[in-house]
Write a protein that binds this ligand. Sequence first.
Ligand SMILES: [Zn+2]
Length: 145
Amino acid sequence: MGRGTMTRPHNPEREVAEIDRASLYRSHGATSRDTGRYRSVIDEVERFWGKVDRHGAGGCWIWRGQLNEWGYGHFRRTLAPGAHATVKAHRFAYRLLVGRIPDGLTLDHLCGNRACVRPDHLEPVTNAENLRRRHARRRAEETRS
Ligand SMILES: [Zn+2]
């Protein structure tokens, strides 16, 4: 392998997948060194859920951390000491509790609350379908007012 090929492209899906591996390691009697390596990933999951209020209106799980300008939750992950990545909180929650989000799909908030990270309030859909639903909801709101 030549120089410059060592930098791995950032891949949050893969990073989160290591969480499952961590519990596997622990259940199979990992050495203390292995456990230490994965400990930070487990701490991160606990830190994530510490920012979620599961008693929101309508059963929503409300993100209490940082929101972006569109109202979606942001979570700052630590991938390695000094290496951070900001991910969307609802996508992270879905990945933790449900599984991988199919390639190219976006998560539609069925509850209409963008700060919500409850996986069963989210549905993976294509971008086109997401836009179609957004317009339909807007039309419905305009009809009501
Ligand atoms: Zn919700």
